[in-house]
Design a protein. Sequence first.
Length: 447
Amino acid sequence: MTKILRLVQIMQNHDNMGQMLEAYDVPAILVTADYEILASNTKYRESFGEIDWQTKPRCYAVSHGYNRPCDQAGEDCPLLAAKESKHKETVLHIHQTPNGREHVDVEMIPIFDEQDQLSFFVELLKPVPLASGSLGTQKMLGSSQAFERMLRSVTQVANSNASVLLLGESGTGKELVSQTIHMASKRSDQALVTLECSGLSETLIESELFGHKKGAFTGANSDKPGLVEKAHGGTLFLDEIGDVSLATQVKLLRLIESKTFRRVGGTEVRTADFRLICATHRDLANLIEQGLFRLDLYYRINVFPILIPSLDDRLSDIPQLVEHFLRLEDESLHITQSAIDVLQHHRYRGNIRELRNIIDRAVVLCETNIIDETVITECIDLDRSLHHAPSLTSKHALSLRDIEAEYLNDLMKQCRGDKQKVANIAKVSLRTLYRKLDRYAISEADT
Ligand SMILES: Nc1ncnc2c1ncn2[C@@H]1O[C@H](COP(=O)(O)OP(=O)(O)OP(=O)(O)O)[C@@H](O)[C@H]1O
């Protein structure tokens, strides 16, 4: 007797249905071709709660609160897809769970009877903890198709050791995706170490990445481990990899290929075990054509590329993102639908970061706890007026830049070049600090 036949017989005995599902170590339900749920396993009940068996429960009603199948509600229906293809089908859905709306990786397995007729489906529902369909502080938010496509890639690659290349415009969330991949990987209990490569000189990148020996250059008063050592066992995230010079690319290639390196000024060959994630907003193929990016390095870093959609390609996520950013500022604030409409018609050059700026600005400008269309339009126009007044902005920016440069220079001296300390005092991220130090050409050697 074939395995499948036995399975069908087992399933025909209602008492055994639940037991059969217990064999799966993920939440599972048994569904008929008419979408009726016949049984669930313990893992399902733990994740999604008890099903009310009094009413003939349908999967679309239980998982989504719909009164018709998902495909008729404008969503992908894995059951319909499996009926048509007669193969296992997978899809990422947002389901109602006791924790609110959560992304769930759905796998629909068709089961045939001895006449080769499709009789049942086993639906496996794996919650995806790295994203949220509703509000949450750490998670990536979104439910648009473009976002879900990207999230699917993130879930597929997170658990492997493959090098990932994140491609997307500025402010689309590349850094957040790198954190998500790290947190969902086997290395999550070790460090995620980030180096923002943009604008750093070759010497600085080298000394930051590989560390240096005492006396390696002026100001190197003691031995210092580099970021590669700090990332041992964990993940190394190289942001804006498209901006590094050809000379630095050679060093990176050597590091990635051999997983060995030497501290600047040192002779000892050290090894490091890290998972590599790189990101860029630049068109690497174009850079390769111009001879500005090495093809061999490109192949090394681009084992698994993930395209991060721009905000213009996921406008339907705006209400959810706005709610989230508002909640971070003040629980009592509300935004009107017409204000949301304005935000959904705006074109974002700075993507989610720009949206967040607009909301932060609106929180300051609104005089009541309601943010309406007028406030949002004012916040958007503020950006436009800055772009259209170059002489004014450059004049003011110049003096602000001078003040900032002096402040950071002093802080670096006070803290003897300890960038983490400086970043803490200046209340900026380490990443922002690197950008600023580089912009003002302040180096450790000056401190
Ligand atoms: N899916 C998301 N849900 C919630 N917040 C997000 C999401 N994606 C990005 N953000 C927020 O948008 C801002 C920009 O994200 P991030 O810094 O990760 O972008 P980036 O692509 O790395 O930008 P850059 O290329 O300029 O370094 C951050 O405040 C981040 O928390």
